[in-house]
Structures are given as C-alpha cells and as structure tokens.
Ligand binder design. Structure first.
Ligand SMILES: Cc1cc2nc3c(=O)[nH]c(=O)nc-3n(C[C@H](O)[C@H](O)[C@H](O)COP(=O)(O)OP(=O)(O)OC[C@H]3O[C@@H](n4cnc5c(N)ncnc54)[C@H](O)[C@@H]3O)c2cc1C
Length: 466
C-alpha cells in the first residue's frame, strides 16, 4: 500500500475552519469551588452545562490542559449518533431490556445537540441525514443483517431499515457496496464548531474556564495545577484517553489510534456518485472505515485501525502514524473509486479510549468524591452528552434515570495488566487487520490470523475501534 499523499499533522482542518479564538485565562492561585472538572472536551463541557442547568448556583471550575477541543473532540469524524447501530452487539452483552433502555435514552442525543445549538444561534453544521452501514465484502453481509435483525427483534424495525444494492446506490454509488442498513438515528456535525459552542455555553453559564491549565494531581477534594490548586468537594475527571493509565480505570480501557484524511472540495464528484444527501457512512469491518461529506463538498474518510498504546501514554502513535493515514486514504480510493481524483488536503489522527466491552463507563472512585467517564471506544461524539447527564447526577448524588443506564450501572469487564494489555492488543489488532485485508482481497486469511482475531470474543471482549 502506498501513501498517504499527505502526512498526518496538526491542527485538524476542523479547528482551522472554526477559526481562531482567544484562550481562557490560565489557572492561578488557591480557589475553593463546589465542583472541579478536569478536561475541556465534550464530556467535561456537557457535564458543566448539565450541572449548571440543574444547580445554577454551583461554583464550577473547569481546567483544560491545552484548549477546549485540542483532544479528539476537535479532531473526530463528526458522526453523531446513539446506540441503535450497536444493538446487535449490545443485546448479548446487556440483555434485551437494558440494551433497549440505552438505545431509547440515546435517541435524545441528536435533539439535544439541535436544541442546544439553535438556542445559542451557533451553526455546528448539524446535518440530520441518518447513518448508513454498508457491506463491502461478502464477509461483512452478516453484520448488516445482524443490525437489521436486532432492531426488528425489539419491535423497532424502523430504526434499522435494510437496503438492497439498488437502494444503497440510490444514496451513494460505489461498485463495491453490496447491501446496507439505514439508521435514522444519525447525523453529522463539524466537531470543532460543537466544542466551541459548548465552550461559549459553559462560559455564559458562569463556569470558570481555564485553558492551558493542566491538572498535575488529582486527590479527593483537591486538584493541583502548576500554579495553584482548586479545592472542591466534587471532582470530575473528563480527560478521556489521557486517563487510560490512571489507576482507578486502567484495567478497563486501552488506547488505539484513529486517523482521517480530508479531501479538497469536490462537490461535482459527489454529484456524480449521487452522494448529496449528507448521510454518514461506515462499512461493516471491525476496524471500520467511516466517511462523510462536509458543507463545502469535501469528503472525510477515517480508519480506526491505528496502533495500540502502552501504559496510557499519549505519544506519536496517535498523531503521526503514517501507515494508518495511508489505510484511510486507501479506503477512500477503494470504497469510492468515483473520487479517485479527489486531492487530499489534510490528514490527522488521535487516540480513542477503547473499553473491554466497547461501551463507555461512568462511576465514582470507591470511598471518594472523584467521578470519571471514558471508554467511548471511538463513538463518543453523541454519547458524551449522555455522559454529561450521568456525571452531573453522580456529582449531585442522585440515583436517577441517568445513573440507572448500563453505562453507569453495569459491571465493566477488565483487560489484562500491562504489558500483557499492550502485547495482547497488538497481536489481536494485527490478526484482525490481516483478516480484513484478506476479506477485501477475496482470499482466506491465514490460520494464525483467524485464531488471533477470534481471541477477544473468546474472552468476552469487544476490541474493535473506529
Ligand atoms: C480521529 C478520530 C475520529 C473520531 N470520530 C468519531 C466519530 O465520528 N463519532 C464519534 O462518536 N466519535 C468519534 N471519535 C471519538 C470521539 O472524538 C471521542 O469519544 C470524544 O471526543 C471524547 O470526548 P471527551 O471529552 O471525553 O475527550 P477529549 O476530547 O479527549 O477531551 C479531553 C480533554 O482533556 C484534556 N486533558 C487531558 N489531560 C488533562 C489534564 N491533566 N488536565 C486538564 N485537562 C486535560 C485534553 O486536552 C482534552 O481537551 C473519534 C476520535 C478520533 C481520535
């Protein structure tokens, strides 16, 4: 495989498009607050907003190490959805009733983003055109069928509508697309514009936001920074992949890289392949491709096949891995040959925090008032809204509809300790990549690769990433 034609680099195009913004003041001094939130991505920002909505008088300090959106919240593919597309995996894990509870709760995500951005009058490029999963090899057909069957089995067939090859081609034409399933619960956003709108929202709500202010220590009742500390009864750790090495959660989560390439505007090519409806599209691989259009006629193609991290370190594996950016570009050319001539303008990557069962988890450190939420496994743009509601309830010591969700109430499976976590994950990743490459080339994968790829499921894990 050649490429990529553009090396991954920063900033992501989304942040450039959103435009420059004055950072909030650095944190200094000794401050007493009710709540200290660490991390200014979607999780921290939605949590701050949910808390202010419920208890407007709370004094909340939010510390962000860089600027809001510097992490995956400003770099992602912008797929905004809940859990209908995952129902086929959720039912065996959670049971039908709890899986359905989660899927129904998550139906509120897109309307929440819509009403939030409309109320603020900020355009986050919300496009509610649904999400399409397509099968691109015979081996992927089963995943499409499973998604359709899972929704039908719970009496919600309208949430996962099967499409034959002609119907798929009616939405987007590609010679490699076979069948598909359309999820109406799906939208796209401009990720950095969403972060910005949330950032403005929390500031207007009276949250004390400090950027370039990393937390250097987190203890019960106190968060330290290089220039002072916040004493707060309640602490929320919303640092996503940066928490993967943090002892309270380290056994449940590991990091993988995800990379995207973005084309220059090619609206005329999009017309030619009939992809003008704005659908978010993904294939049915384990290390899936995800692709979408933008308001100005670009195409973003992502590949969740990046390297696995070690001991939670956020190093060059998550920002400069050219082979994964090349896989994203290869995916673009293979899946959408009608865009063969579309020049790549930018490529970038980031870490995704993958939990052992592929679902985020939220909780409180035993015996302390330190709350956390992570493990989105590459699907956090929408679920972070749920996370904000759950974390607000944990802070307020409520047992309610949010804390009853499986995201906060299930037993989260464990991964092996390091270095086994890294070594095992790397082995499984290579095996899955080899199997998926063989599948796309219409040949049988070597036996060791098939065994390696089956290992996670044998241990009841869902190691697959976006
Ligand atoms: C390339 C890519 C594509 C993706 N595509 C999609 C998609 O299309 N759809 C989808 O649903 N999900 C997608 N995801 C995942 C999604 O972006 C994340 O799940 C989501 O953004 C997580 O939000 P967060 O607020 O929890 O974390 P983050 O966005 O990582 O925010 C955490 C923040 O904490 C800050 N921080 C870290 N350490 C400290 C510290 N010590 N002190 C203070 N602050 C700290 C960081 O600077 C960061 O700003 C993608 C991820 C990547 C990398």
């Amino acid at each position: 495989m050649t490429g990529p034609s553009v090396a991954p680099r920063f900033p992501p195009w989304w942040l450039d498009e959103a435009g420059p913004e004055e950072p909030s003041p650095r944190f200094e001094g000794e401050v007493v607050a009710d709540v200290c939130i660490v991390g200014g991505g979607y999780t921290g920002l939605w949590t701050a907003l949910a808390l202010k909505e419920r208890e407007p008088t709370l004094r909340i300090v939010l510390l962000e190490a860089e600027v809001c959106g510097a992490g995956p919240s400003g770099r992602n593919g912008g797929f905004l959805h809940g859990y209908w597309a995952a129902l086929g995996d959720l039912v065996p894990q959670l049971g039908q009733e709890r899986a359905l509870l989660l899927a129904r709760a998550a139906e509120r995500i897109v309307p929440a983003v819509r009403s939030f951005s409309e109320a603020r009058g900020e355009d986050v490029w919300l496009r509610e055109s649904g999400m399409l999963m397509v099968s691109t090899t015979p081996g992927q057909d089963a995943a499409v069928e499973r998604a359709v069957a899972a929704a039908a089995a719970v009496g919600a067939a309208e949430q996962a509508v099967p499409l034959d090859a002609d119907q798929v081609a009616g939405r987007i034409h590609s010679p490699v697309f076979r069948t598909g399933v359309y999820f109406k619960d799906g939208a796209t956003v401009q990720p950095a514009r969403l972060v910005r709108a949330l950032r403005h929202g929390v500031s207007d709500a009276g949250v004390e936001l400090h950027e370039h202010s990393p937390a250097t220590s987190i203890r019960d009742g106190e968060v330290g920074t290089p220039s002072g500390s916040v004493r707060a009864r309640e602490v929320v750790v919303a640092i996503n992949a940066a928490a993967t090495g943090w002892r309270p959660v380290a056994r449940h989560v590991t990091n993988f890289g995800s990379y995207v390439v973005l084309t220059e505007p090619v609206p005329e090519l999009l017309e030619e392949i009939g992809w003008t409806g704005g659908e978010a599209v993904l294939d049915a691989r384990m290390f899936l491709h995800y692709f979408r259009t933008t308001n100005d006629g670009r195409v973003l193609m992502g590949s969740g096949s990046g390297p696995i991290g070690f001991r939670g370190r956020l190093d060059g594996r998550f920002t400069g891995d050219t082979p994964t950016a090349a896989r994203a570009e290869h995916g673009l050319r293979r899946l959408l040959p009608g865009l063969a001539e579309a020049p790549i303008e930018r490529a970038w990557g980031g870490p995704i925090d993958v939990s052992a069962d592929h679902l985020p988890f939220f909780g409180t450190v035993s015996g302390k008032r330190i709350h956390y939420g992570l493990g989105y496994s590459g699907h956090g743009v929408g679920p972070t809204w749920l996370g904000g509601q759950i974390l607000a309830s944990l802070v307020l010591r409520l047992e309610d509809e949010w804390t009853a969700l499986p995201l906060a109430s299930r037993q989260v499976p464990s991964l092996p300790p390091e270095p086994l976590k890294h070594l095992g994950g790397a082995l499984v990743r290579s095996a899955i990549l080899a199997c998926e490459r063989a599948d796309e080339e219409n040949r049988r994968a070597p036996f060791p690769a098939r065994v390696g790829a089956a290992l996670p499921r044998l241990f009841g894990m869902e190691i697959g990433t976006r």
